[in-house]
Design a protein around this ligand. Sequence first.
Ligand code: FAD
Length: 424
Amino acid sequence: SARCLSGFIDDACGATFENVEATNAEVRPLLKELVKEDYFRYYKIDLNGERCPFVWDDGLCGNKACALNLESEEDLPEVWKPKRLGALTKDSVSRDKNVRQNERFAEFDLEQEYDSRGDNGGSNYCYPEDEFAHGGVYVSLLDNPERFTGYAGPHAQRVWRAVYAENCFTGMSSLPGEVSSPLNLGSGLVPFGQQDFDLAEIDSYANDLPHQCLEQRIFYRLLSGMQASISTHLCYEYLDMDAGEWRPNSTCFESRVGTHRDRLSNLFFNYALVSRAVSKLNDHLNDIKFTDDTKHNEETREIVAKLTGLLQNTTSAIFNETLVFSTPEAITLKSEFRQRFRNVSALMDCVGCDRCKLWGKVQTAGYGTALKLLFELGDNTDEVIKNLRRTELVALFNTFDRLSKSVEAVEYFENLKEGARQES
Ligand code: FAD
């Protein structure tokens, strides 16, 4: 066939676009059902999180499409009410955007706050939402789809720039304009909150990839694949202003993703990585308590078992985690990798549109959980599994669903293109 999308996915250990599409065809129906389950649908999010190291006054998105529909606690299904999960106080945090002044040293607060919680932070690749913390709101992920919101311009670009700035690992070739800041790995800190390089330089990362080690390439691919997936969603559910409807917009997709093979490859790479991580849960389902309610616990476990079982049979061919962090040099990179990914998840507090922030937080927490399952089991398996939060599991499965829907959307746009080619 004349398909554009075929062949190997870089760094996915032999996987091809075709492998991922075939896996997705099997998994998609099950995953669609799973995210409709109450357990996976309600997510607690702190919209007032204060981990953003910048103060940007401009550009908060006032569009209606940027807003979220919130759930009141009374409307939550009985079994998922906070009292069943633990104590929860009403939202008490004011939305004061100016709480942080000039905080180049935000990493100090962040890491100290994190360590003091003593919640297995050492193996975490993100700041998962805390269901038992003060503040925060419940949302139904189903009722707040990730789609075009109109959030754009310098504000959104600054967030992306700060996200990619986390890609500057020790020893990595410097980007023009990068602030060289000695890393203090001894105290467990890496510089956070760099925004001094040009967005156009993001593309130079992609060109530089062949000269980097596998772990650095993976870090970059995760970010680029996440952005490609977000772009795919917003182009697939784009607001057609004339019709007042949400529709696929192929011009949007082609310019942001479709004509960039590297971005497509990174999106599929993320699918391979996350699906492999999800499959890892299959061996540990009896150690996970979804809720105190026995009936719901079993129902939820059954669905998860079906999906993870299916993936266990297919994903060993699409991602091989044992090749990552396997050399002595790479092992020393691991703690930096972990902290930098945590920084990326913290940057989601900077996003100026609540709906984008919701999905940015869900997805960075989802990738963070996937990385933990791939690279932190082994000696720590019992501890890692026992300490998994509900919000981490919800984020993981919903991130997988995002990627699965993106792969489906890519196929849709590819078919459109193919149809147009045959007609002409
Ligand atoms: P952007 O997509 O902002 O890209 C900026 C630059 O990044 C590009 O010029 C290019 O150099 C580089 N780049 C782009 N894609 C990639 C890639 N895949 N890999 C590597 N480099 C790349 N908008 C919505 O409508 N709905 C949402 O749900 C939404 N969620 C968002 C979540 C987050 C965390 C952020 C930061 C933004 C979100 N946005 C969302 C905004 C959206 O991502 C774009 O920033 C916005 O649409 C403006 O797009 P743009 O054309 O300026 O380019």
